[in-house]
Ligand binder design. Structure first.
Ligand code: ATP
Length: 467
């Protein structure tokens, strides 16, 4: 039985808190709206998502290299990229309760993203009123005209707070890649087509953050700028589209809950000629998981113009110089981790120790995503069992994230590990002292197998590291 749609989010939020996956931010001070902190289990989940993404798109490809650029950048970057002038959302105020909302998103909730995408600013308020869209806070239908609200966070660098010290927290990691295009080219001698990948924080002063970690003001992105000659963009675009789809499905996301959605021409960002999003069917509806844009030569050409530096590629065969075009898969790390979490969440009816029916909650993560790979559980707290159990823990801990747990009943410990998606539980019992073997329990099938201690490492390696 799969978890009921309507309260799946509540279950995920409460499980996350209970099991140290994600906590509300600054909780002891009453929190800070829509900020979230990853706990001991959550940080492993997030690190694993970064790891598999990096492995898939950087390590296993010869044509993509990595980068880690600074969050604070010369503010000219954001003039060149178009963010100062154009990175904004339509904001409407409720005249009755004075709360602020994203007009397009209110309409999208009722009519779906396909029908609302690209709506003109001046049409937002009349449409909200015509369709009698109520304020989510007070229920009134009394909206101000929509105005543009720039999403970039501003701050000041240094000791003075004048306009000369103004800097922005980057709203996307992409620009750190574009400004380093020449550095990477000069130091690696990459040949077109090639890409530069980066994982890092981005900040957007979203008008209506929400849905747990789906939309926050501080988040992480995993982006690739893939440079091509103009004539090759379509071919590479299609290849990359397929690779992105395989990334998600290969790591276990249910393909029935994934779809591609093409942006209509009036929805496209200022830099894009073609964009598709991979969307996931979240409990509240379809939502963007990854954006995939053909950015043309817009960014490099703009940076050439604003910096006065040449950002060109010299074709070795012909000596011809040109500004490469670019395709961009842009993933949200937090959204990806949330999606894996939602997709893995399963409730199953099982028989408890005394034969009664009970519900087992289990996160059926792909093994590479599972935060903890193996739990070592001695059946009793007596030293004759905890000593060999600790020895096993010590022999495995340098290979994988392993947890040692001797508290509470074995049933409760299995339940805890199921709830954080640990693929294998290793139980050390009194028989272990005689047969030098342990019981290995598989998370998904709950089947138990007796494995001799000296073969345990190999047994787990075969299961955890098989491709
Ligand atoms: P949305 O339409 O949801 O606001 P977007 O089109 O503005 O997203 P992009 O600029 O394409 O998003 O950003 C690329 C990716 O970064 C998104 O697919 C998403 O996974 C992630 N992302 C964007 N904004 C946020 C946010 N506020 N919180 C968490 N992740 C985000």
């Amino acid at each position: 039985m799969s978890a009921k749609k309507e309260n799946l989010m509540e279950k995920i939020v409460s499980l996350s808190k209970r099991r140290g996956i994600i906590f509300p931010g600054s909780e002891i001070y009453g929190g800070l709206a829509n900020t979230w902190d990853y706990g001991p289990v959550g940080v492993e989940l997030k690190n694993n998502v970064k790891k598999i993404w990096w492995k898939y798109f950087v390590q296993e490809r010869e044509d993509i290299v990595g980068l880690d650029a600074a969050i604070l950048m010369n503010p000219k970057t954001w003039e060149a990229s178009g963010h100062v002038a154009g990175f904004s959302d339509p904001l409407v105020d409720c005249k009755k309760c004075k709360t602020r909302h994203r007009g397009d998103k209110l309409l999208e909730e009722k009519f779906g993203v396909d029908k609302i995408a690209g709506i003109k600013l001046e049409d937002v308020q009349p449409r909200l009123i015509k369709e009698k869209i109520k304020c989510p806070d007070c229920g009134a239908v009394d909206w101000t005209e929509a105005k543009r609200f720039n999403l970039m966070f501003k701050t000041h660098q240094g000791v003075t707070e004048d306009s000369g010290s103004l800097v922005y927290l980057r709203p996307e990691t992409a620009q750190g890649i574009f400004v380093n295009f020449k550095n990477v080219l000069d130091t690696t001698h990459m040949k077109l087509p090639f890409g530069i990948a980066q994982i890092g924080k981005a900040f957007r002063n979203e008008i209506t953050p929400g849905n747990f970690t789906f939309r926050t003001r501080e988040f992480e992105q995993m982006e690739i700028e893939y440079f091509v000659a103009e004539k090759d963009w379509k071919k590479k675009y299609e290849e990359f589209k397929e690779a992105c789809w395989k990334f998600f499905t290969g790591y276990g996301l249910n393909p029935k809950k994934l779809r591609w959605r093409q942006h209509a021409s009036d929805e496209l960002s200022h830099y894009s000629k073609e964009t598709y999003d991979i969307e996931y069917q979240f409990p509240w509806g379809w939502g963007e998981l990854e954006g995939f844009a053909y950015r043309t030569d817009f960014d490099l050409a703009q940076h050439e113009k604003f910096s006065g530096q040449k950002l060109r590629y010299r074709e070795p065969e012909t000596g011809k110089e040109f500004v490469p075009h670019c395709i961009e898969p842009s993933f949200g790390l937090d959204r990806t981790a949330l999606t894996f979490l939602l997709d893995a969440y399963t409730e199953e009816e099982v028989r408890g120790a005394s034969g009664e029916k009970e519900t087992r909650v289990v996160l059926k993560f792909h093994k590479d995503i599972a935060p903890i790979k193996v739990a070592i559980l001695p059946l009793s707290k007596k030293e004759e069992l905890t000593k060999p159990a600790r020895d096993i823990f010590n022999s495995l801990k340098s290979h994988w994230m392993v947890q040692y747990d001797e508290t509470q009943s074995i049933g409760k410990r299995y339940r805890r590990q199921d709830e954080i998606g640990t693929p294998f539980c290793v139980t050390v019992d009194f028989e272990t002292l005689d047969d030098k073997a342990v019981t290995v329990r598989d998370r998904d099938t709950m089947k138990q197998e007796r494995v001799s201690v000296d073969k345990l490492n190999k047994y787990l390696k075969d299961k955890l590291e098989a491709c």
